[in-house]
Design a binder for this molecule. Structure first.
Ligand SMILES: C[S@@+](CC[C@H](N)C(=O)[O-])C[C@H]1O[C@@H](n2cnc3c(N)ncnc32)[C@H](O)[C@@H]1O
Length: 189
């Protein structure tokens, strides 16, 4: 369970220039009026950044299984006067949303999902036509903290799981150190 300090640290880590948050956001191509779901939103750094991109007509859903994370995000939203981000409490195996989204974004969350192929099959119903899923996760490294604790995903495993869930890789970006960044689209779109 994350406490307030850990959530602050998650946001700090997400915002560090060495983790290229601005370049990540650029590559997501988020436009005014879009609906974006940030699954595993943690401390809410990306959800708040997305809120600037979607503007007043758009909507961001900060989605997490931890109520403490969502409470922390809600307090920050109130402090910052951000009105186009809603928090959604998720179950480990799936989500429920009031509308379809243009983009799901998952950063460092994929390796937490208990049955990822089933998960993405199920959330596909909340994707608009031509909607996309952007996944960032650690790649397996020989000597790294994240790999020792199994917090990683290999590119081939990711492709295989997403293929089984009905998605194909549309874009693969290689500018992140030690992390995969792949954007998927629904087969048939
Ligand atoms: C390592 S943090 C990443 C936070 C944020 N995405 C970031 O980049 O700063 C992983 C987050 O995923 C959440 N999480 C874990 N399993 C989840 C699931 N099945 N559905 C939604 N969120 C989940 C955790 O509660 C945590 O907030």
């Amino acid at each position: 369970m994350f406490n307030e300090f850990q959530l602050k640290m998650l946001n700090r880590e997400a915002s560090l220039p060495k983790n290229s948050p601005s370049t990540i956001i650029e590559h997501l191509n988020i436009k005014d009026g879009m609906v974006v779901g940030d699954i595993g939103s943690g401390g809410g750094y990306f959800a708040c950044e997305f809120s600037k991109k979607v503007g007043k007509e758009g909507q961001v859903y900060a989605i997490d299984v931890k109520e403490k994370s969502l409470d922390y995000i809600t307090r920050n939203l109130e402090k910052e006067g951000i009105t186009n981000v809603k928090t959604i409490l998720a179950q480990p195996h799936g989500i429920d949303l009031p509308e379809k989204v243009d983009l799901f974004f998952l950063r460092n969350v994929f390796h937490h999902l208990p049955e990822p192929a089933e998960y993405f099959k199920s959330i596909g119903r909340f994707l608009k036509d031509n909607g996309k899923i952007a996944i960032i996760d650690y790649e397996k490294q020989k000597f790294s903290f994240t790999s020792i604790f199994g917090h990683h995903t290999s590119f081939n495993v990711l492709l295989d799981i997403m293929e089984r869930a009905g998605f194909y890789p549309l874009e693969k970006h290689d500018f992140l150190q030690d992390q995969l960044f792949v954007i998927f689209a629904k087969k048939g779109d």
